[in-house]
Design a protein around this ligand. Structure first.
Ligand code: SAM
Length: 282
């Protein structure tokens, strides 16, 4: 990261045109960026401070900024569908990812969640990510290296997570973004230290139902909670103060549970569930 420095040859920049269209490019001395509305020489950006405006040969204005992680995730090449920033933000806090945390994740997909995890755990932490498809693992690694360069605290396991979970040292967090997480709850419990957090992300409520039921059946889980995140941006321009006409109405459901020590005589319904305050009052 070159935070605070002028743009350098070889680094990434996000050019956003006055219509809001975004272009993620690598700056290269003497090269030219071409769009449907003219061209911009990279040299017009290199050496300028972040937040500079440049004009294309046809007069279109572009704002040059280093991409945030959220912008990068939306613009980077995809193999599998990525988790959107609105959900990444919730996942990091609800799974309580902290600097130094040891996290196991599957599947890697395009690497969006992996990138968010790597930043949150920091150099003292560790991310182990499982991906069963070679082409997705390659795509994810390319995306990760493009953003972070070489990373020392990432291990990519190219195999189904169910084949490797039993061999892992205990971790602090397990995060799954794959189709049938309810089949893996016992294996996850064995890989997760007591007090650890399990989080999974699935696109349908039928899958959420299955995962919640599996977690509620097993004695080493408590505080099982399922939710979704609705993000509704607003247009605020003069008298036009209203929600955007279009929004991403649905992405996925998040289920979180704590790994606990099973109670010897614990009947499943005696285990704690997390209740919203108003539910608790009923
Ligand atoms: C929706 S994508 C994950 C996207 C990723 N979370 C991201 O933000 O970029 C699901 C990935 O899980 C992988 N996958 C599915 N089942 C798996 C398994 N049992 N073990 C490892 N990877 C698996 C798929 O190949 C796919 O790449």
């Amino acid at each position: 990261m070159n935070d605070g420095l002028p743009f350098q040859d070889g680094e990434q920049v996000l050019l956003t045109d006055q219509r809001g269209k975004r272009h993620l490019i690598f700056l290269r001395k003497s090269e030219t960026f071409h769009s449907d509305r003219g061209w911009v020489p990279h040299d017009a950006v290199i050496g300028q401070p972040e937040g500079t405006w440049v004009r294309s040969s046809m007069g279109l204005r572009y704002l040059a900024l280093r991409p945030t992680l959220a912008e990068y995730v939306l613009e980077m090449p995809r193999g599998a569908q990525v988790i959107y920033p609105k959900d990444l933000a919730m996942i990091l806090f609800w799974a309580d990812i902290y600097p130094g945390c040891r996290v196991l994740e599957a599947g890697t997909g395009s690497g969006a969640l992996t990138l968010a995890l790597l930043r949150a755990v920091g150099p003292e932490g560790r991310v182990i990510t499982y991906e069963q498809r070679d082409e997705f693992a390659r795509r994810a690694l390319a995306n990760i290296h493009m953003r972070l360069g070489e990373v020392a605290n990432l291990a990519v396991r190219l195999r189904p997570v169910e084949d490797g979970l039993g061999e892992e040292e205990p971790v602090d967090r397990v995060l799954l973004d794959l189709p049938e997480p309810w089949k893996l709850t016992s294996l996850v419990a064995a890989a997760l230290r007591p007090g650890g957090i399990f989080l999974c992300y699935v696109p349908t409520i039928v899958q959420s139902h299955q995962i919640a039921e599996a977690l509620q059946r097993e004695p080493h889980w408590a505080l099982v909670e399922t939710f979704e995140t609705l993000y509704r941006p607003w247009n605020i321009e003069g008298q036009s103060v209203r929600p955007f006409h279009r929004m991403v109405a649905h992405t996925g459901f998040i289920t979180v549970a704590r790994r606990v020590v099973p109670e010897e005589s614990g009947a499943p319904d005696a285990r704690l569930r997390r209740l919203a305050p108003e539910d608790g009052e009923r």
